[in-house]
Write a new protein. Structure first.
Length: 97
């Protein structure tokens, strides 16, 4: 169980570092997905330790929300790229219009 939690922590830190350091929108979404998968791993590890399926149910719902986030996020990114020819998060007026 401890190894699963260590792995989840490492994956979450890698994802958080990716979101904070990289400025590309696609790379930032990949970091967010990595953090969600790390949370799923922790939920499943705790559920297995406690002999309960609650953590697995929560992990399933997190996957559903992550899939919806990817669909909406990628649609926004594609729309911004078509309008501005850039998807850099450093553009300060990207979402004003």
């Amino acid at each position: 169980m401890t190894l699963y939690l260590v792995l989840a922590t490492v994956l979450f830190v890698i994802g958080a570092t990716t979101v904070l350091v990289r400025r590309g929108a696609i790379i930032m979404f990949m970091g967010i997905e990595l953090m969600l998968n790390a949370a799923n791993l922790a939920f499943v590890a705790f559920a297995r330790q406690n002999g309960d399926v609650g953590g697995q149910v929560i992990a399933f719902f997190v996957m559903v929300v992550a899939a919806a986030e990817v669909v909406v996020g990628l649609a926004i990114i594609v729309a911004l790229f078509r309008a501005r020819r850039t998807v850099s998060a450093d553009d300060e007026n990207l979402l004003r219009h």
